[in-house]
Ligand binder design. Structure first.
Ligand SMILES: Cc1ncc(COP(=O)(O)O)c(C=O)c1O
Length: 367
């Protein structure tokens, strides 16, 4: 039995009857940039999140970049972000002429509030909480810190569509959020796409202009922006997929519960926990084990696909080597070699989950 990590072909085959006519309609209208579907998606996604505004853009990296840009932080100001995240969180900081400062993570993989507070100084302007793997960060503690020091708090919600913290959806938990609709995400487009989600009308307007050459209307430019617009084709696909998001998240939750229930007696692995204050989107199901590489190889030999998110924490990456000194003792650095992402998603059958569980158990029994 082959168990896929992600199965976008299967997803397409189930949605083909909806997606094909929607894509054809975009071609028929030749309505490729900022078409009707884009406006519709912005309204739909803002309503889904419970936020005032959704501004679509080209990808999640641009969404985070824009979110920082429209706040006009003084050049060289520091932004605190978690040491374990996708590189884009830090790139958005750098591309704004700001300085990334890495905080450690807690057991649940999200940014550790105590570590954040220890890194704050007069140059700090903002904190980015990453809801990594679809699990919301400890927003109450982070909000408390942001308020105490007068800092902005942003969400990198690239992996957290539909996740919630104390009943409020990701995208509405701080001063603004960046989403990615990269195809492999829980809500994924058929190419690159992203969105900024926030409540402040002025910042929403500024973000909209920034992503469209700083323009107020065709050929009139108020400031220098970028070209980062969501294609109408992507919006057409996302409008369809958004209708299925809750059912997909429910399926992911069922897989996560099943893994947790069935693997809890395997002492060699640390499982992610289900937290009462969060409702997770389970973009990824990440376990920790000292035998990570051997287990990954073994599962591969059994035709079970797995992933590693991420092989190195950011301070271990060559590009951020000048940060490793203060991060050397971090959990994020210690544990990066032990992370393994198991298959999760609505594509998995119960038999496939049982198969993955069985193979993991047989791997540890042999040792
Ligand atoms: C945590 C995180 N932040 C930012 C991004 C950037 O999104 P994109 O790939 O759409 O630019 C991603 C997506 O890969 C991500 O996982």
């Amino acid at each position: 039995m082959k168990v896929k990590f992600l199965d976008l072909k299967k997803q397409y085959s189930l949605l083909k009857n909806e997606i094909d006519p929607a894509v054809q309609a975009v071609f028929a209208e030749a309505d490729f940039i900022k078409g009707a579907e884009v406006k519709k998606f912005e309204e739909n996604f803002a309503a889904y999140c419970g936020a005032g505004h959704c501004i679509s853009c080209g990808n999640g990296t641009d969404a985070l970049t824009t979110l920082l840009k429209v706040h006009d932080f003084p050049s060289g100001s520091e932004v605190i972000l978690p040491a374990n995240t996708f590189v884009a969180t830090a790139e958005a900081v750098l591309s704004n002429g700001l300085k990334p400062v890495f905080a450690d993570i807690s057991e649940d993989f999200t940014i550790l509030p105590e570590s954040v507070e220890s890194l704050i100084n007069a140059n700090t302007c903002a904190i980015i909480a990453v809801h990594l793997y679809g699990h919301p960060a400890d927003m109450d503690s982070l909000k408390g810190i942001a308020e105490k020091y007068g800092l902005r708090l942003f969400e990198d919600a690239a992996q957290a569509h539909g996740a919630a913290y104390r009943g409020k959806k990701a995208g509405t938990l701080a001063d603004g959020a960046g989403f990615s609709f990269y195809p492999g995400k829980v809500l994924g487009a058929a190419g690159d796409a992203g969105a900024i989600v926030l409540n402040d009308e002025k910042l929403a307007e500024k973000s909209r202009k920034f992503c469209n050459h700083g323009r107020t209307q065709k050929y009139f430019h108020e400031f220098a922006g970028i070209n980062s617009r969501m294609d109408t084709l992507q919006a057409a696909v996302l409008n369809i997929k958004l209708k299925h998001l809750d059912e997909w998240i429910a399926a992911r939750n069922a897989v996560a519960k099943s893994y947790i229930g069935q693997l809890s007696d395997v002492s060699e692995i640390v499982l992610p926990e289900i937290h009462p204050e969060t409702s997770d989107a389970w973009h990824l199901f990440v376990i920790k084990t000292e035998k990570r590489d051997e287990l990954k190889e073994y599962l591969k030999s059994c035709d079970i696909e797995t992933g590693i998110h991420y092989p190195l924490s950011l301070p271990e990456q060559p590009v951020f080597a000048n940060h490793i000194d203060y991060c050397a003792g971090y959990r994020a650095v210690r544990e990066s070699h032990s992370l393994l992402s198991l298959p999760i998603g609505e594509h998995l059958s119960e038999d496939e989950i049982l198969h993955v569980v069985g193979k993991i158990k047989s791997f540890f029994c042999k040792r």
